[in-house]
Design a protein around this ligand. Sequence first.
Ligand code: FNR
Length: 460
Amino acid sequence: MAELNKPISYENKIILAPMVRVCTLPMRLLALHYGADLVYTEELIDFKLLQSTRQINDVLGTIDYVDQTDGTIIFRTCSEEKNRVILQLGTCDPDRALKVAQLVQHDVAGIDINMGCPKKFSLDGGMGAALLSNEQKATNILTKLVEGVNIPITCKIRVFDNLQKTIDLVNKLVSTGISAIAVHGRTIHERPQHNNRNEMIKSISQSVSIPVIANGGSREIEKYSDIAQFKKETHCNSVMIARAAEWNCSIFRKEGLLPKDDVIKSYLKYAVDYDNSASNTKYCIQNIIRELQESPLGKIFLRAETLEEICKVWDMDEYYRVQSKKFQAKGLQNRIHFTPASISGAKTHNSSCKRKYEDDDVTLMRCVFLRGRYLSDTDLPKTRLLKWLRENGKSDIVPRYYTWYENKLFRSVVVVDDKKYSSTYWEKNKKRAEQGAALVCLCKLGVINEGHLKENGSLR
Ligand code: FNR
């Protein structure tokens, strides 16, 4: 059994705040690189973690929690952040929360419960800010965790309009034995444009004995020295920064902010080194470049679909190619190679299920359908296939598509002239799966050049 992390302190810390989709491994490592003391993950929902399996990834040197239904990485971590990463959990159930905590406790430095999220999804599920008005549930969750695992437990709340009501709640939460509490100085109904209630955070921090981590100051944090002012106004010696770090992660640098291009390049290096998904990488960079998306460079970036293409915008495509070759040589497996659990199980128990699209008579290639490769609808593989049949005197042949749906993923076979073609890549919707099958067919008929597909990233 792996050893527990060293106990951490929440005193005098500058922290990367939890942000959905932003706080994945590359951004957390970048924040630590620039000087953050602790980093929070994005909020991870308890049942998602419980349906994942923990896997050691020797190629990347990471620990991955992989969703067994669709192959996505729910949580990826590595030794570089081991003693500094706090996993934020979305939960409304003490038993589920404890199960997750027991699952991850050797891989993280602490666990935080999200009690501030005002989104409908969280509120409807009794999670996030719903816990602020369900004190009993909130304290039950914290007590169960504090008693059940040996790493620090914290929570992150929003304030009420009423100071005393907020202090009363904080006292109840503190009585569970948590190690610190992060306070976002806005109510559940307030949005980022509203003033952060720094005075209220100050009163809270003066009335409790554990560290209060001040949050909500990004509008006033434009440079490193502004962090000290926020600490002073909130009377907290630890602060947590979200948006200012999302926009420019070098906010954690004592020496001052770096230009966005430098930040993006450093971010991309981590994204490549840890095989981050192209969609997540693109999302994070979009939030860095923001209004620059309208610039010529921004427009090229928006068209990028693969990690290699994103890297190319910042002249890092060679770095991508070298690293990805290295990973491939070591046998890196990722979503591209994923087979839904029900099917991989079928290999051993009942292979008839698998045979439908991987029979000897199905021609297989691993083609990913990348929408951006096709400038107009007439270029799409399915349309091209019909056109090719028409132009080659085979108008009587109508391609027939058969699609299988397994655990939220899709796989199609196209039958043309009694021959079957399929991509081994499981797409996230039926349309894409059909286009993928048509792409394999076009390639095998010689309409599309295999080398060209490889070059543009569609063939893996
Ligand atoms: C957030 N926030 C947030 N909070 C949380 O507890 N868990 C989460 O997963 C998220 N996700 C998230 C995503 C994005 C894109 C943003 C901008 C914010 C809220 C965040 O942690 C913080 O409380 C607020 O943004 C206020 O702090 P700043 O931005 O003023 O530093």
